[in-house]
Design a protein around this ligand. Structure first.
Ligand SMILES: CC(C)(COP(=O)([O-])OP(=O)([O-])OC[C@H]1O[C@@H](n2cnc3c(N)ncnc32)[C@H](O)[C@@H]1OP(=O)([O-])[O-])[C@@H](O)C(=O)NCCC(=O)NCCSC(=O)C[C@@](C)(O)CC(=O)[O-]
Length: 299
């Protein structure tokens, strides 16, 4: 990747909406994704093929993916915890899928009802089937900075799990600070240790802003060569299986910082702010982006 550019993986329509109390219609979700698509974002997580009993908010992902206006340069991806999810993602013509596990046994049990090892075993046939359909597979490791149930998590557990996902065929692994407890120094330590064995270009970061540390953590990650950042417009988000986890870092704020650092993202900040304002109005919730709040409303 060009060292002067950075890539955003926009997770607002998935991570952002999966925990919202206000149920959105397919039409509202489609309008939201269509607005995001007009911003220049090249990677949009558009839904999740998980059990509707576990995460009802994502139940309409098939219809959403079938209805959005896709941009040629944008990849529309979806989470798939198992083969059943992958089959639905293929039928819905997702461009890419993401599998997800974690560095904490308790979190993984609560989130996908298996052990870390069982999750990896489950992903092996999923990845080979995805590859037969020419779908790239991204991986997530949750709880890299701490777990809502177990507390501290060892770097070894994070790195071993990340390595396993790469070994079974993920082209990239996103390191998730699910509950937003990380601080810049610890993030630097983790990334320094991880990149001793894993190519930095295969890593992304995914920070929740629970303790207001996300931008500092992203800055620390950039200093160590990370160039793929997950973010959620308007700071939407939170994992249903991580109580107290607030939203993801707001994409608008990340873009503002990246542009200020001279990194090209290809994203139009004003259009992104419009997408964030739209979804906040639909959800009747405050906008979690400081940049969006600072920019005057257009007449
Ligand atoms: C993985 C399972 C399915 C295991 O759940 P289980 O209960 O162990 O699964 P099962 O295979 O026994 O199936 C139970 C029922 O679910 C159905 N089912 C089974 N699979 C699917 C599927 N793919 N799509 C639709 N339905 C499915 C299946 O057909 C069956 O239906 P029933 O016979 O009872 O009517 C469940 O635990 C689950 O769906 N978990 C998802 C949890 C989730 O989505 N969490 C949020 C995303 S992760 C996250 O937010 C963190 C991240 C990525 O953002 C990074 C970070 O911040 O750290």
């Amino acid at each position: 990747m060009n060292p002067d550019s950075a890539k955003i993986v926009e997770v607002g329509a998935r991570d952002g909406l999966q925990n919202e109390r206000v149920p959105l219609s397919v039409k509202q979700k489609v309008e939201f994704i269509n607005l995001l698509s007009k911003t220049g974002l090249t990677s949009i997580e558009a839904g999740s093929f998980v059990s509707p009993k576990w995460v009802p908010q994502m139940a309409s992902s098939s219809e959403v993916l079938a209805t959005i206006n896709r941009q040629d340069k944008t990849t529309y991806s979806a989470l798939t915890p198992n083969i059943k999810g992958l089959e639905q993602a293929i039928a819905a013509k997702a461009d890419e899928v993401a599998i997800f596990t974690g560095a904490s046994e308790t979190f993984v049990r609560k989130n996908i009802n298996c052990t870390i090892e069982e999750s990896i075993e489950r992903f092996i046939p999923l990845i080979s089937m995805a590859k037969e359909h020419n779908l790239k597979v991204r991986g997530y490791v949750s709880c890299v900075m701490g777990c809502p149930y177990e507390g501290a998590i060892s770097f070894k557990q994070v790195i071993d799990t990340t390595q396993r996902l790469i070994d079974i065929g993920c082209y990239e692994v996103s390191l998730g600070d699910t509950i937003g407890v990380g601080t810049a120094h610890k993030v630097k330590e983790l990334i320094t240790e991880t990149t001793q064995q894993i190519d930095v270009n295969k890593l992304a970061v995914h920070f929740h802003d629970t303790y207001g540390q996300a931008l500092a953590n992203i800055y620390a990650s950039l200093e160590l060569g990370i160039r793929t950042i997950d973010a959620s417009v308007a700071g939407l988000g939170g994992c249903p299986y991580a109580k107290g986890a607030s939203g993801n870092v707001a994409t608008e704020d990340v873009i503002y910082m990246l542009h200020g650092l001279g990194l090209n993202t290809g994203v139009d900040l004003d259009k992104l702010i419009d997408a964030g304002r739209y979804i906040c109005e639909e959800l009747n919730r405050p906008n979690g982006s400081k940049v969006a709040l600072a920019r005057p409303l257009k007449n």
